[in-house]
Design a protein around this ligand. Sequence first.
Ligand SMILES: Cc1cc2nc3c(=O)[nH]c(=O)nc-3n(C[C@H](O)[C@H](O)[C@H](O)COP(=O)(O)OP(=O)(O)OC[C@H]3O[C@@H](n4cnc5c(N)ncnc54)[C@H](O)[C@@H]3O)c2cc1C
Length: 488
Amino acid sequence: MNTSHEPVPHVVVVGGGISGLTTAWHLARAGTTPVKVTVLESADRLGGKIDTIRIAGVPVDTGPDAFLSRAPALGTLIDDLGLRSLVVNPTASGAHVYSRGKLRALPPGAAFGVPERLLPLLRSGLLSPLGLARAGLDLVLPARVIPADPSVADLTATRFGKQCFERLIAPLLGGVHAGDARTLSANATVPEIAALARANRSLYLGLRAKRRTAARSVTPAGPRTRTGIPVSPLVTIDGGLTGLVTALVDALESRVSVRTGATVATIAPDGQRWRLTLTDGHVVHADAIVLAVPAYVAATLLTALSPVASETLERIGYADVASVTLAFPAGAMDLLAGTGYLLPASEHTLLVGVTWTSQKWAHAAGDSIIVRCLVGRAGDSRWRELGDDALVSAVVDELAHQHGRPVGAPCEAVVTRWVGGMPQYNVGHHDKLETLTDELAALPGLHLTGAAYRGVGLAGCVADAATTATAVLAGLHTPLSVKAGASG
Ligand SMILES: Cc1cc2nc3c(=O)[nH]c(=O)nc-3n(C[C@H](O)[C@H](O)[C@H](O)COP(=O)(O)OP(=O)(O)OC[C@H]3O[C@@H](n4cnc5c(N)ncnc54)[C@H](O)[C@@H]3O)c2cc1C
C-alpha cells in the first residue's frame, strides 16, 4: 500500500502479447512499489502471436503450439496462474525431415540439429555414406579459430560438412526460427553450442561429454503432468495456448487496466513524464513505458527520440510466415508415427514445417485429421504472392507429394498470416542489443521487451518480461531528462 501522499507512478505497457501481459503481471504484483499499470493493445484481442482457433470442432494453435517445459520463468508463471494441472505432453514423439523425396526419421540425440550420436544418424538415411564420413571428420579435425560472432553455419558446417548442415542442422533451426542458418548468429540463437564449440576441439565430443555429465548429475525430479508422468521437453496447455493468455488476463483483472483496439502512434517527453498519443487522438501520460511490440514498431515509435536506437531496431530482421491449418476427413492421409516434419530450404518447397496436430495433441484429436502447415522463412516470402485459396491449394499439392499419395480436398482450411512474424537474431545481434542498452540509458523510463531481443520463444519472452518489470520498478524514480530536440 502506498502510505505516502506521492502519486502512484503510472506504467504503460504497449503490446498485449505474452511479453506485454507478463510484464504487466509482474508490475502489478510488485508489493514493495505500488504502480498503476495500463496495457494498450492495438488488435481487438490479446495474446499477439498466441492464437487458438477452432477447426473441425477442435482447438488448434495457429501461432506457437508448445513451450519448453524446463524454462524456469515460464514454469513459475504457470504455477502462479494455477495452470500446472493443465500442462499436457504431446501424444506422439519423434519427428521427420523431408529429404530427397522421402520422409526420414530425425535421429534422436540431435541438439538443435547438431548430431550428438552418429549411429542414429547413420540409420536415419538422412546423409549419404560420404556425408556421414564427412560429419565424422569433426572427431579428428584440428581446432579452428572461431570468429567472435560466428553464424550457425560458420560454427557447424565447418565441423560436420555441407551435407549434415543442409539436411539436418539448417532445417531444424529453420523450424524454430524460420531463419537462415548461414546468417543466424550462433551466439544469439544457440549459445550453448557456441560455448561448447569454443571449449572443445571436437563439437561432437563436447556434446557427448555434456550429455554424460547431465545424465550423471543428480537432477531433482523434473516437472510432472497431472497424471504424474514426467513432462516432455515441449508441452502445451490442454485446450491450446490461449488458455495461458486467458489465465493471465483473468489474473490482471482489477489490478491492471487493459485496453484493446488502442494503437500507440507516438511517444514524446512531456515535462517529467511521457506522453503517448493513440491513433484515435487519445493521450495517455506515463512515468514509464514498456514497448512490448515487434522491433519494427518500436523503431517507428523511437524515430524522433533516438534515431540511433530506431535505426538499430529497424535492422533486426523479420521473416514473414503463415500457418495454413487444414482439416481432412479421417483416412485422407497416412501419417507416420511422430509429431510432423521439417523441410530444408534446399527442397525449395513453400512448406517449412508440418505438424500432424491431431496426432500431436489430445485436445485436437477428433473425427478429422488436422495438419498445421508453416510456410515462409527468411529470404523466402513466396507465399505472400498467393491469395488464401491459392495458398491452400499449393500447400495441399505439396502435402500429397510429400506423403506419397493424393490427399483430396480439406473439409476446412484456415490461413493465418504473420507478416513480420519471426524475428531473426542474425550475426551482430548482440552488438545491436548493446547499442540499444546505451541509447535507452538516455531515455529514463523507456524499456524494450519481447521476442525481438533475448529469446524468440515463449520461454524467452516470459523470462525477459520478468527482468524488464524489475528494471522498470528500479528506474521509476530516475528523473526524465531527454535531450533537447527529441520531443517528436
Ligand atoms: C507461426 C509461429 C509459430 C511459433 N511457434 C512457437 C512455439 O511453438 N513455441 C514458442 O515458444 N514460440 C513460438 N513462436 C514464437 C512466439 O509465438 C513469439 O515469440 C511470442 O508469442 C512473441 O510474443 P510477444 O509478446 O513478444 O510479441 P507479439 O505476440 O507479437 O505481441 C506484440 C503485440 O503488440 C501489439 N502491437 C503492435 N503495435 C502496436 C502499437 N503501435 N500499439 C499497441 N499495440 C501494438 C500487437 O498487436 C501484438 O499483440 C512462434 C511464432 C510464430 C509466428
